[in-house]
Design a protein around this ligand. Structure first.
Ligand code: IPM
Ligand code: MG
Length: 360
């Protein structure tokens, strides 16, 4: 039976990069028999402009029904003055929480051809291959009470709640151990257990789950140290598991080790493996509409979608190989070019599709 992919282009460079990713999917469908149907819906600022809400009910209903979701990016400066509940980012948080996409996989992979694009020395980053597993539906992002209140003395006070229960910690830990089992079997759990009770419980539960994975070497690290170790000696890490906000921060840092945030895909999975896939970079309003955005993170997100939600590892490998071949051949969008020779978004899409043909 044909699998259904819902595409949510969103804002900024979202529509441009999604266009290239959809071309890759369509190419695989037409030339290699990938059995998918592709539909589209509004999300983020684009949806707000059209309907008055960043996550319209119709979009959420389509997302619930789809086998997998491919999202571009949301947000832009024009929405900064919109009330908090209606900002584009709310759509992202709403999708994550409504669909219970609690396990967010953010690989930081160094492509050999891009070693010199990293701001770190080549020997520190060459061969880098880290998987960050970020808890995505809990923690301080969703904890209540939250808000801004006025105190008796007239001062205003902002407050959020960092909360994790055992079940939430257990399921993300399990997800991370399962991934570690398929890789180098090393898992580092990042927390702030020297200060936060939430982290104390986190550590205890991760240790408990770890007993069921005796082959995985488990370690713990405080988040400040982890941030430092990521730039000092990033290759010491295989899989990192951490709470929502630490994962947000560390995954941007890890992405940059690989040369450009424009290269990295992500998967957000529920307990059944249904998922939403998106590049980890944002909507990049400064370059939107110029045809220079790097579509590779989105194209690589398609590969993750095929692997994790559609069980099509063969097609996923083909996409990843095509991207590597394109990079080896020296083609670069501006964000990953170090000699000024660049191609645009469309040409990068063309190049990947051409290499896909060669390997079909
Ligand atoms: C990310 C983004 C989002 C987050 C924003 C846009 C809400 O930074 O996916 O990492 O903080 O989770
Ligand atoms: Mg982020």
């Amino acid at each position: 039976m044909s699998k259904e992919i819902l595409v949510l282009p969103g804002d900024g460079i979202g529509p441009e990069i999604i266009e290239q990713a959809v071309r890759v999917l369509e190419h695989l469908r037409e030339k290699a028999g990938l059995d998918v149907t592709i539909s589209q819906a509004l999300v983020g600022g684009a949806a707000y402009d059209e309907t008055g809400h960043p996550l319209p009910d119709t979009t959420l209903a389509q997302a619930r029904q789809a086998d997998a979701i491919l999202l571009g990016a949301v947000g832009g400066p024009e929405y900064e003055s919109v009330e908090r509940e209606l900002r584009p980012e709310r759509a992202l948080l709403g999708l994550r929480s409504e669909l219970q996409l609690f396990s967010n996989l953010r690989p930081a992979l160094m492509y050999p051809a891009l070693t010199d694009s990293s701001s770190l020395k080549a020997e520190v980053v060459s061969g880098l291959d880290i998987m960050i597993v970020r808890e995505l539906t809990g923690g301080i992002y969703f904890g209540t009470p939250r808000g801004i209140r006025t105190l008796d003395n007239g001062q205003r006070e902002g407050f959020n709640t960092l909360v994790y229960n055992e079940a939430e910690i257990e399921r993300i830990a399990r997800s991370a151990f399962d991934i570690a089992m398929k890789r180098d079997k090393r898992l580092c759990s990042v927390d702030k257990a020297n200060v936060l009770e939430v982290s104390e419980l986190w550590r205890e539960v991760v240790n408990r789950v770890g007993k069921q994975y005796p082959q995985v070497e488990l370690s713990h690290m405080y988040v400040d140290n982890a941030a430092m170790q990521l730039v000092r000696e990033p290759k010491q890490f295989d899989v990192i598991v951490t709470q929502n906000m630490f994962g947000d921060i560390l995954s941007d840092e890890a992405a940059m080790l690989t040369g450009s945030i424009g290269m990295l895909p992500s998967a957000s999975l529920d307990a059944q493996g249904k998922g939403m896939y998106e590049p980890i970079h944002g909507s990049a309003p400064d370059i939107a509409g110029q045809g220079v955005a790097n579509p590779l993170a989105t194209i690589l997100s398609v590969a993750m979608l095929l692997r994790y939600s559609l069980d099509e590892a063969g097609f996923a490998n083909r996409i990843e190989q095509a991207v590597e071949t394109v990079l080896d051949g020296g083609l670069r969008t501006p964000d990953i070019s170090d000699n000024g020779e660049t191609i645009g978004t469309n040409a990068m899409g063309d190049a990947v599709i051409e290499r896909l043909l060669l390997t079909s």
